[in-house]
Design a protein around this ligand. Structure first.
Ligand code: MN
Length: 744
């Protein structure tokens, strides 16, 4: 600080300009389109706006935006739009200029990025760091429609961490904590491995300065010995790889200070006992992506010829890349000194993806100069990901991660607590979320201090207060604007409780009716009554009867008596002019022609199917089913295990059809429920499984995690039941998944 103050304004300006040149030159050397003019303009604008302002360290403020732009460009591989936004990222917050000004000068896209960065700059984040971290991460993602906002936020944070030394100690502590809880995991999820490691190390340095110094010192002290062990180990490998004619780079990768410390803490061991202090990394050059996999395994084989392989520590992230896009082949072998050494094998391309995250992925996917359109395409994939049948695996995973978050919103309670809710949640969801009693007595809400109806839909960042009244009672219609499962369950329970006396009364009326007409109750009777009166289930019927909204029509009694089969005979009566007594064609057009002697082939196409699926058991194509000709002459399919099918067989034997599935029956929606114990990365693994191994079209994905347990409801479009069975058995092999099965 002292030194800088001695600089003349001219000298200082030269430093600033040089830093800017550096950013520009780095950009010009990259693959991106050369949009120098706008970058230069953004820089001049920011420099003028921050003129005369200094950072705590005493240096001109503009050096910070320049550094952020440099990280965005050189460490993340981002293009001109991001570089401009990085230059301008603190302008709206710290100067007189508004987002509108930025838009006027630099267009909508850059203005949106700056607005996004300004929006999430606030100190919402309090002292409950760890408890709120996950929510905050979600907030960050849901509030930023453009992933670049998150990346730039990360670059901003990285530079602040690199210069944290000039902050006051209590600020250092707070910022380091936030970084460790929020930004490092986020960097990890986005595949920004190098940045994640640096953020962790820097946070650790400020949170545990003594331990940081001690471990750093121990690393330095053990360097010479480590180098000689590494040489002994790597020499034979290099010899062999040279002999194979490979072009490669081999280096010892030292574990980060933070991860050494974590290992010492978790395993309660001293520094000397951390044996995997370093890993050997082999990065080979290869222009042909299709050959990478084979080369990896050739190297693997060369190494295992030399050293003894640890049987359980081979990690093949080439065939199945990690959720964040990481690809490599890892193995662990016994070194000459008797310690296990990890070897990581990657191509140059894989290495860049590991270091730069998905930004590098773009680089390999696109030609020069397509930066904007490619990014837009990438963002569009996020939006319609669920309709996209077989996207490229890494793309799919990267985008889906964001999609998981965008299906949720995060709101604040008046006390500043964060609540995570599904999209489209309302004030009423918040009320039921807090307590059943608050839910059923909810009359309205206040959102951002404005009075709103209880059906008001919330948005991320809203502050929500629930208003109640003791005179309020739960309403049936509320179910229509509840988005949370909790809300719905609690409302239904409340309604049931309210309705209990009415239901009881309705049941009495129904039973009396049957008794008066000498009808014995069975499934068939119930079905007929429900069908004739258009109710879905007994509860609805009883409620209507009990509240006197409906009465059982007296004529129904006749058709309920066992002797009566009037409906049945009507259906089976052959049509005039038809010869076969077994052929039944129902008068209304479009109904299938049925020959009970032959196997009825079930088929479906875009125009429709020649069968309908029974609601009670919802069988899928491929399931063992029986057909039953219903009162409307349609072929209704029941699963053979369906209890209702048993009843039908007993009472309508002649209307049962022998059926078989046509080879291509079209696509059907199947629901799969997955339950298990939540752990880091499990969701990604599940999604990976679905996307990599099976050509499955995901239509819906709902994930709910509560403490250590998660539920996941998946709707997939499949050709037949075998695909679903395979999927479930594969899912069950994932560690932590306790259940995966089809549900109706
Ligand atoms: Mn900043």
């Amino acid at each position: 600080m002292e030194e800088r103050n001695k600089l003349t304004p001219e000298e200082e300006d030269r430093i600033v300009e040089n830093e800017f040149r550096d950013v520009l030159n780095g950009y010009l050397a990259s693959n991106h389109r050369k949009k120098v003019e706008i970058i230069e303009r953004a820089y001049r604008f920011a420099k003028e706006a921050h003129k005369g302002i200094r950072r705590r360290s005493g240096e001109p403020y503009i050096l910070h935006p320049i550094a952020v732009a440099k990280i965005a460009s050189q460490e993340m591989g981002l293009g001109s739009t991001s570089i401009c936004a990085a230059f301008l990222h603190d302008v709206v917050e710290d100067t007189e200029y508004t987002v509108e000004d930025i838009e006027q000068h630099f267009g909508k896209k850059i203005a949106q990025l700056v607005a996004g960065l300004t929006k999430i700059s606030g100190g919402i984040f309090g002292d409950k760091a760890s408890a709120q971290a996950e929510n905050f991460r979600k907030l960050l993602l849901t509030m930023s429609e453009d992933i670049r906002v998150v990346l730039l936020k990360m670059a901003d944070r990285l530079h602040n961490m690199r210069t944290l030394g000039s902050m006051s100690p209590n600020k250092q502590y707070k910022i380091a904590g936030e970084t460790l809880y929020i930004y490092a995991p986020l960097a990890h999820r986005l595949g920004l491995f190098a940045i994640k490691t640096e953020l962790e190390d820097l946070s650790f340095k400020y949170e545990h300065p003594v331990a940081y110094e001690r471990i750093s010192e121990q690393i330095r002290a053990s360097e010479a010995r480590r180098a000689s062990v590494y040489n002994d180990f790597s020499y034979p490998i290099k010899e062999k790889l040279n002999g194979m004619g490979l072009k490669y780079e081999a280096k010892a990768r030292l574990k980060s200070v933070y991860s050494i410390w974590r290992k010492m803490e978790n395993k309660h061991i001293p520094f000397e006992e951390v044996y995997d202090l370093y890993a050997m990394r082999i990065i080979f050059e290869c222009d042909d992506v299709s050959k990478e996999k084979a080369i990896c395994w050739q190297i693997y084989s060369a190494i295992t010829d030399l050293y003894k392989l640890h049987p359980e520590r081979t990690r093949d992230w080439i065939s199945v890349p990690k959720a964040n896009g990481y690809q490599a082949l890892h193995l662990t072998v016994m070194g000459p000194d008797g310690n296990w050494v990890e070897v990581q094998i990657r191509s140059r391309r894989m290495d860049e993806i590991a270091e730069l995250g998905f930004a590098a992925h773009w680089k390999y996917k696109i030609g020069e100069g397509e930066e904007e359109s490619e990014l837009n395409a990438w963002l569009a994939t996020i939006k319609d990901i669920l309709d996209n049948p077989e996207p490229d695996a890494i793309d799919f995973l990267d985008t889906l991660k964001l999609n998981l978050f965008s299906s949720e919103i995060v709101v604040f309670t008046p006390k500043g607590e964060l609540l995570t809710l599904p999209n489209n949640s309302t004030v009423l969801d918040v009320a039921f979320g807090l307590h059943s009693q608050i839910g059923i007595h909810c009359i309205a809400g206040k959102v951002n201090h404005k009075l709103v109806p209880l059906s008001h839909r919330l948005q991320s960042g809203d502050q929500v207060e629930v208003l109640t009244s003791q005179s309020q009672t739960p309403k049936k219609e509320w179910i229509n604007f509840l988005a949370t499962a909790k809300g719905k369950t609690r409302l239904r329970a409340a309604l049931r409780k309210e309705l209990q006396p009415v239901v009881e009364k309705g049941k009495e009326i129904y039973e009396e009716f049957l008794k008066d007409n000498e009808v014995i109750e069975n499934n068939e009777v119930v079905t007929k009554v429900l069908g004739a009166m258009h109710f879905q289930n007994k509860e609805e019927l009883f409620t209507a009867l009990g509240s006197e909204e409906a009465v059982i029509p007296p004529y129904l009694a006749k058709s309920l008596r066992p002797a009566s089969s009037s409906l049945f005979s009507k259906i089976l009566r052959p049509l005039k002019g038809k010869k076969s007594s077994n052929a039944v064609t129902v008068p209304e057009k479009e109904k299938p022609e049925i020959n009970f002697k032959e196997t009825y082939i079930l088929h479906a196409d875009e125009k429709g199917s020649n069968f309908i699926i029974a609601d009670c058991c919802s069988p899928l194509p491929g399931d063992d089913v029986m057909g039953w000709v219903n009162d409307d002459g349609e072929v209704e399919l029941h699963s053979l295990t369906c209890p209702r099918a048993q009843v039908l067989k007993a009472s309508y034997g002649k209307r049962i059809l022998n059926t078989a599935w046509a080879a291509h029956t079209g696509k059907f929606l199947a629901n799969v429920r997955i339950e298990g114990v939540d752990r880091f990365g499990i969701l990604q693994e599940i999604i990976q499984m679905i996307s990599m191994h099976l050509a499955i079209n995901i239509r819906k994905l709902d994930i709910e995690a509560q403490k250590e347990v998660f539920h996941c409801d998946l709707s997939v479009l499949v050709n037949d039941t075998q695909v679903v069975t395979d999927l479930c058995s594969k899912l069950r092999q994932i560690k932590g998944v306790q259940r995966a099965s089809r549900v109706n």
